[in-house]
Design a protein around this ligand. Structure first.
Ligand SMILES: [Zn+2]
Length: 42
């Protein structure tokens, strides 16, 4: 299953759909929005 790890390593950094900044690796449940733009208070 090492191929799966390599697959994710080779992925380009994801960028926030809202502000365009790189998204730090984390769970996929947030989609393509960074923490700043995903903040519930905004
Ligand atoms: Zn953002």
């Amino acid at each position: 299953m090492e191929n799966v790890i390599e697959f994710f390593k080779n992925l380009p950094n994801r960028k926030c759909d809202v502000c365009g900044q790189d998204i730090v690796e984390k769970a996929d449940c947030y989609g393509h929005v960074c923490d700043e733009c995903d903040h519930p208070a905004r």
